[in-house]
Design a protein around this ligand. Structure first.
Ligand code: SAH
Length: 484
């Protein structure tokens, strides 16, 4: 049967895509329907018909799924952020665990039996809301000319006003209201993407959940450098700073100048206009075998606005503790930590290894990493700035560097081919791969398996409840059996 646009149909949702859209089939022909939950019987309107599939819009839930829950956030449908907030948390965890499993089988070429034997249960959260320590609000203007801040409506650049995200820290609302009322009262304009005019573009907020320290960075469409003047942050006046410093925990206020027409949020230059250049946070090691109970004194980190820092501190401790446990260190090992950011995993590893080397592309992050090592009295961690796929091969060719264990934690696109090839030449006993995209993880593991490694452990960690994203940690052991 041929389906047509605007046709009204009834489907039962049997599955979801890795992007969180429900899939319902009629005589084997699939319909992708946003905002549905597995188990829903739904009335849908056909919006786009392709040869082998179609997209539908949810019109009405006829019989709700047993996994359907009332979303906490009133704007979750417009916002693209929480794709699966209407799904019970237990079902979300099942979805994520099987997403990792399916990618390892489908893309990685691992056997179903093998994965079922080694995959450990996903690590979920007890309180899956208000977990984010970082928020980035785009700032704009509404139809009446008032400044607003919120989020981009799913896949667009139009801003929906909402400063009360149910994943973020509760202080964000107060901070954003302070900034917006300052803008309104002082006629400070919001940036307009189409004209390239207006001052305030974005507001970045970070909070150290352990320390309570808060950082606010205003991204402005103006050069901050003024020759012969100390007052290079002139467009923002004293009373804004005074109002912001009244918020409990405020530790750092900065401006970043971004004058280019680009989607890149932060500009290259950042000027602290009040307080410290960074905030602190502390991360503890947890006992993986005993339900992630606390162990050890923890490591303190300084985090600057441009550095990467995991957004879910509660789950980060569990993730790093797993990576440390998988690394199986006895104190004698040389460990390379690639894509090390501010050295978070590196410094965790350093307590249990002979020597750790971190590699990271953002120079400020490496500065933070070195300072973090110093502040924590860690002397067996060294750091290099550069791309992992350049630093590692170069060091290997020139200095014949060695590793007992290599830990990688790349961004979504995974490891570069050059990086994987050098790892295979270095032949570390173990490779621990921390991944935020199980599809690229699976792709890279296939390469490592081809080069003599065996998959030993797999565990997903839910770092991003309510969204379709899932983090995972895997352990590979060298076995010398090269395929191909
Ligand atoms: N392990 C760290 C950071 C992980 S995020 C932590 O848990 O905090 C990935 C990091 O890789 C980011 O800091 C990013 O700046 C860095 N990065 C991205 N591409 C890179 C590359 N080609 N080489 C080295 N680092 C890179």
């Amino acid at each position: 049967m041929r389906y047509e646009k605007n046709q009204i149909l009834t489907v039962e949702i049997e599955d979801i895509t890795s992007e969180g859209e429900g899939i319902g089939k009629i005589e084997g022909y699939p319909f992708f329907v946003k905002d549905t939950v597995i188990g829903d019987k739904a009335e849908i309107k056909v919006v786009r018909v392709k040869k082998n599939y179609a997209y539908g819009r949810l019109e009405k839930v006829l019989v709700p799924s047993p996994f359907r829950v009332e979303p906490v956030c009133s704007v979750h449908k417009q916002c693209g952020g929480c794709q699966i907030q209407a799904m019970s948390y237990v079902r979300q965890l099942e979805f994520k665990e099987s997403k990792v499993r399916n990618n390892l089988i489908r893309i990685g070429g691992f056997g179903t039996d093998e994965i079922d034997r080694i995959q450990e249960p996903i690590v979920g959260m007890d309180e899956p809301f208000y977990y984010r320590n970082k928020a980035q609000y785009p700032v704009g203007t509404d139809k009446e000319g008032n400044p607003i801040a919120g989020f981009y409506a799913g896949r667009t650049h139009s801003i929906i006003a909402n400063t009360n995200c149910s994943l973020g820290s509760p202080e964000n609302k107060k901070i954003m209201e302070t900034i917006l009322s300052y803008m309104k009262n002082n006629r400070v304009t919001a940036y307009d993407e189409t004209t390239g005019k207006g001052l305030i573009r974005h507001v970045l907020i970070r909070k150290g959940f352990y320390s309570g320290e808060i950082m606010v960075c205003l991204v402005i469409n103006k050069s901050c450098k003024r020759k012969g003047s100390e007052n290079h942050f002139l467009p923002l006046q004293e009373n804004l700073i005074t109002a912001l410093t009244r918020i409990k925990g405020m530790a750092s206020i900065s401006v970043s100048s971004q004058t280019e027409k680009t989607n890149v949020i932060m500009g290259k230059e950042i000027y602290t206009i009040w307080g410290q250049d960074f905030i602190h946070d502390k991360i503890f090691v947890r006992n993986v075998e005993e339900g992630f109970t606390l162990q050890g004194d923890g490591i303190t980190f300084a985090i600057s606005p441009r550095s990467f820092y995991q957004v879910n501190p509660v789950q980060t401790e569990k993730l790093y503790s797993l990576a440390l446990s998988y690394a199986g260190l006895s104190g004698k090992e040389t460990v390379w930590d690639l894509y090390c950011g501010i050295g978070t995993i590196s410094l965790f590893l350093a307590g249990c290894a002979r020597q750790v080397y971190g590699v990271e592309v953002v120079p400020e992050a490496i500065e933070d990493a070195k300072e973090n090592a110093r502040q924590n009295g860690i002397r067996n961690a060294a750091f290099y700035v550069g791309k992992a796929e350049e630093v590692l091969p170069e060091k290997y060719e020139k200095e014949k560097i060695y590793a007992d264990v290599i830990v990688v934690d790349p961004p979504r696109k995974g490891c570069d081919k050059e990086c994987l090839e050098t790892m295979l030449k270095m032949k570390p006993e173990r490779i621990v791969y921390v991944s935020c995209d199980s599809a690229t993880l699976a792709r890279d593991l296939k390469v490592l398996c081809g080069g003599g490694y065996e998959l030993r452990r797999v565990r997903a960690v839910d770092m991003f409840p309510m969204t379709v994203h899932v983090e995972s940690v895997i352990l590979m052991q060298y076995c010398g059996k090269e395929k191909n």
